[in-house]
Write a protein that binds this ligand. Structure first.
Ligand code: NAI
Ligand code: MG
Length: 498
């Protein structure tokens, strides 16, 4: 810290060192949310006690306080859910006129909008993300996905001209804890629009918004069994993957589990889409608008505590502007407020789980041990809960673990380059290929870079922008298949000749 102040002082900027302003707390009220003490499994339109008789406690990671008892679904429970989904598929959902399916999806979208404050609080309480983000990003985007796919439901033949799209049946969907409701929307909206029914398993640490979503399903009067929610950990996920009567698996999560799922499904004829990890390059050229680029770097890595598969976790700075960018970045980092996710002033909330906090801690330690230089702004952290100070590493070599592995936390590794070709080569030197960012004022350079970067999404002069109309997905170990846009319908339809 002191060392850094001297550095800034040398440049004559000492008087301008910003620190986080002292704001009065502005907590969002949690009164709007009512949790049951314990939840069952949502199967065939009702909450059922788990046949497994197993439960666990879900907590608020910012306070380490219990929120509710959650069912750990076993094999027989998963079987019940798949049967309910199969029956609803055969008897109701696949028989409905597409315009009728659209009506239900529009209803769900509108109810999500109406209840967005309640959902935002649940998402921040159970997941640790700042209320500003759940309110302004997760909820509007989740509703937008339902609106978007509602629009496609009766226009599928235009999405696939001359191909006669048909639904495929029951989809098993497994989602992670970083965007619980948004990932649910990404999975459920296209599946239902195309006429399939679903069994969805939320992540074990963040089941509450999916369980509250069951109430939205009820309010929208969706036929029973079209949406089924089974809670539990990886064992429940594995049961869903290996269930013989599931036609398709959609998974978002770690590359390790994605590979295991692919092995299980090999030769089964079941369809599979995988959205896995990333180690994205955010590339800053010397002609970039630097203040905007610094905002993009901050948003790229500290948004949602860095629990983002497409996070801009490797920063590539053109050598000639390295000093300027790093000093601007450090100054900006000092203004980040870390703390209570329910406080409307908070920029960086709680780490989702103890397990994830330990993983971040050990990778950061490896960075220090391998010889990178660490910087963390001064920061008062709450006494209880899981927290990690926004961190940046400089003097990083390509071979360090912090430049290779997905940290999935608020930790940035900075590297440099001299030419566009070097930037491309270094950026592509990763087993992943989910996303990338390019900052330059030259349009032709943006296009040239975007063509050569092996990444599913390339943002230009912005970062972490999402839109339901835009497909999202990866190359290489980041997975395959696309979610969002017309492309996102494809995994959920059978086409003539497929
Ligand atoms: P994970 O891949 O174990 O969990 C994701 C989901 O898969 C959860 O719902 C989990 O219950 C389920 N699952 C776990 N094992 C399963 C199995 N054998 N079969 C079927 N489903 C299974 O990820 P985890 O352990 O929570 O996080 C570990 C690392 O994975 C993170 O540090 C991060 O690097 C990466 N990750 C990437 C995500 C992304 O968005 N691409 C999301 C979550 C984690
Ligand atoms: Mg895991």
């Amino acid at each position: 810290m002191i060392k850094d102040k001297r550095e800034v002082a040398r440049r004559g900027e000492a008087a301008a060192i910003p620190t986080a302003w002292e704001y009065a707390p502005a907590p969002e009220s949690r009164e709007i949310v009512h949790f049951e003490d314990r939840y069952g499994l949502y199967i065939g339109g009702q909450f059922l006690e788990p046949l497994s008789n197993e439960r666990y406690t879900t907590i608020d990671p910012a306070r380490e306080e219990p929120l509710a008892e959650i069912a750990q679904a076993g094999k027989a429970d998963v079987d019940r859910a798949v049967k309910a989904a199969r029956e609803a598929y055969a008897e109701r959902w696949s028989q409905l006129r597409p315009s009728e399916r659209a009506k239900y999806l529009f209803r769900i979208a509108r109810i999500l909008q109406e209840r967005s404050r309640e959902f935002a609080v649940v998402e921040s309480l159970n997941g640790g993300k700042p209320i500003r983000e759940s309110r302004d990003v997760d909820l509007p985007l989740a509703a937008a996905h339902f609106f978007y796919y509602a629009g496609w439901a009766d226009k599928l033949e235009y999405a696939f001209p001359n191909r006669t799209p048909r639904p495929i049946g029951v989809a098993g969907q497994i989602i992670p804890w970083n965007f619980p409701l948004l990932m649910l929307a990404w999975k459920i909206a296209p599946a239902l629009a195309a006429g399939n029914t679903v069994v969805l398993k939320p992540a074990e640490t963040t089941p509450l918004s999916a369980l509250l979503f069951c109430d939205v399903v009820r309010q929208a009067e969706l036929p029973p069994g079209v949406v089924n929610i089974v809670t539990g950990d990886g064992r429940t996920g594995a049961e869903l993957v290996s269930h013989p009567d599931v036609d398709k698996i959609a998974f978002t999560g770690s590359t390790e589990v994605g590979k295991a799922i692919q092995r299980t499904l090999a030769g089964s004829g079941k369809r599979l889409t995988l959205e896995l990890g990333g180690k994205a390059a955010n590339i800053i050229f010397d002609d970039a608008p630097l203040d905007q680029a610094v905002e993009g770097i901050i948003n790229g890595i500290y948004f949602n505590q860095g629990h983002v598969c497409c996070a801009g976790s490797r920063l590539f700075v053109e050598e000639s502007i390295y000093e300027t960018v790093i000093s601007k970045l450090k100054r900006r980092m000092k203004t980040l407020r870390v703390g209570d996710p329910l406080d409307k002033n908070t920029d960086v909330g709680a780490i989702n789980s103890k397990q994830q906090l330990d993983k971040i801690g050990s990778l950061v330690q490896s960075g220090i041990d391998e010889g990178a230089e660490i910087y963390q702004p001064p920061c008062k952290l709450p006494e209880r809960g899981y927290w990690f100070v926004p961190t940046v590493f400089t003097n990083v070599a390509q071979s360090y673990r912090i430049a290779q592995e997905e940290i999935f936390g608020p930790v940035l590794s900075v590297l440099t380059f001299r030419t566009p070709d070097e930037a491309i080569e270094k950026a592509n030197n990763t087993p992943y290929g989910l996303s990338a960012g390019v900052w330059t004022e030259k349009g032709s350079r943006i296009l040239a870079m975007a063509q050569k970067l092996r990444a599913g999404v390339v943002w230009a002069n912005t970062y972490n922008r999402f839109d339901p109309a835009s497909p999202f997905g990866g190359y290489k170990e980041s997975g395959f298949g696309r979610e969002g846009g017309r492309h996102g319908l494809e995994p959920y339809v059978a086409l003539d000749g497929s």
